[in-house]
Write a protein that binds this ligand. Structure first.
Ligand code: AMP
Ligand code: GLY
Length: 427
């Protein structure tokens, strides 16, 4: 059996972590990343392709005899890249990791996800969905709920579509703004739901639509400031494993959420080959779904990949072929932590092109995954809000955090910022 040529789509820290893991596989022949970043360039060949240009992706796949396409971010999935590759004669034989458009709607429409959970008795917050003609009913429904009020634009809104507002009148104003087209088509419909109090957890599943493997779980730190203060970001750090996700809790997650989700997809006739990221709330030791994503999380992937001991590529191969049944996953017992160094001003506006004058070498236990970097005139420079993910693997949380913070400290560029309290709440 020939080894595999793989094309990974995406350019963030998540893709560097996936590329880093796949590059270690004895089953790999050649790894390409499109468009990739300077980090992926160290472990793969970067290709200047836009993942949203499906024709160009399909042409590359045929020309380079690609056997498998792994889709990192959600946007190509929600726009149907998986269907496109499956339906194009020259690429229909190719294995695709990433669900078809119908399943990607689990992430692309909050209303679709809530209806799916309700239909399959999957625990989630009480909700209703409204459109602009139902403003009065929406405001009335909010009166049935206790504050704070949770308003969600139905469609993709670049991670900004969730509003949590304690004041009823401000929540009503926010609702008007959403319906006035704050997120264009994405906020034509708005999901209003009950606020859940608890601790969040990210659970990852690899599924072929029938069988599944639960990957290591992780905790993400979403706010910009220490002590979970300030604006929401894409994620400022992550830790895996998570102490409260003990065997009993994870059993509840599997029985009440993971299995009903996979069975529900099958019952609804929705094929699925790829990752599911389930954002959960632990409410008094009971898991509730906050959201589904049809991809891996970022920065969670930067701690999940280092904890996977098994060769990932054969598992992806079985996933794409619908043969995941009977597969097992070996994990490292060590703790993985990552601290994200960001650009000054993030998640608001920030400068780009700032020279990164020092970046430490990776070791077996420490890796600086590139997230928002590029090369300009032979100089590594910043190119995004989240610049690098400083990941470490160690026998204890303290040691891993100390190592992550050593990397974060040694990376040098003007305007570097990072949270100082990643993982402290888990001690
Ligand atoms: P989402 O985009 O659905 O993940 O929402 C973004 C963030 O809003 C989540 O990660 C939670 O921190 C918070 N959130 C969303 N829905 C709820 C809810 N029903 N109760 C409490 N927090 C929520
Ligand atoms: N870390 C959250 C996300 O990837 O959406």
């Amino acid at each position: 059996m020939n080894n595999l040529n793989v094309l990974l789509l995406g350019s963030g820290g998540r893709e560097h972590a996936i590329a880093w893991k796949l590059s270690q596989s004895p089953r790999l022949n050649h790894l390409f990343v499109a468009p990739g970043n300077p980090g992926t360039a160290k472990v793969a060949d970067n290709i200047a392709l836009n993942p949203l240009d499906f024709e160009a992706v399909a042409n590359f796949v045929s020309q380079q005899s690609i056997d498998m396409v792994v889709v990192g971010p959600e946007e190509p999935l929600v726009r149907g890249i998986s269907d496109f590759l499956r339906n194009t004669p020259s690429t229909k034989h190719v294995m695709v990791i990433g669900p078809q458009q119908q399943a990607a709607t689990l992430e692309g429409s909050k209303n679709f996800a809530k209806e799916f959970m309700q239909r399959h008795n999957i625990p989630t917050a009480k909700y209703r969905t409204f459109d602009a003609s139902e403003v009065a009913q929406a405001k009335e429904f909010m009166l049935e709920l206790k504050p704070p009020f949770v308003l969600k634009a139905d469609g993709l809104a670049a991670g900004k579509g969730v509003i949590i507002e304690p004041d009823y009148h401000k929540a009503c104003q926010a609702l008007n703004t959403l319906f006035a087209g704050q997120f264009g088509d994405a906020s034509q419909k708005v999901v209003i739901e009950e606020f859940m109090t608890g601790i969040e957890l990210s659970v990852f599943v690899l599924t072929d639509g029938e069988s599944y493997l639960i990957l290591p779980e992780a905790k993400d730190y979403k706010r910009i400031g220490d002590g979970d203060t300030g604006a929401n970001t894409g994620g400022m750090g992550a830790v895996s494993p998570v102490p409260f996700a003990n065997q009993q809790f994870m059993q509840r997650v599997e029985e009440r959420i993971v299995r009903p989700t996979i069975d529900g997809l099958r019952a609804d006739g929705i094929p699925y080959n790829g990752f599911i990221f389930i954002g959960l709330m632990n409410v008094d030791s009971n898991p509730f779904v906050v959201e589904y994503n049809v991809r891996m999380g970022d920065p969670e992937t930067e701690v999940v990949m280092p904890r996977i001991k098994s060769d990932l590529l054969p598992l992806l191969e079985r996933c794409a072929q619908g043969q995941l049944k009977g597969s097992t996953l070996e994990t490292h017992k060590e703790i993985a932590t990552t601290v994200i160094v960001v650009s000054d001003g993030y998640p608001g506006s920030y400068p780009k092109g700032i020279p990164i004058t020092h970046c430490p070498n990776n070791t077996d236990q420490t890796i600086a995954f590139h997230a928002g970097t590029s090369v300009s005139n032979d100089q590594l420079v910043t190119a995004g809000g989240r610049v690098m993910a400083c990941t470490a693997l160690a026998p204890t949380l303290d040691k891993a955090l100390a190592m992550s913070y050593d990397i974060a400290q040694s990376i040098q560029y003007q305007g570097k910022f990072y949270r100082r309290d990643i993982g402290l709440d888990l001690k």
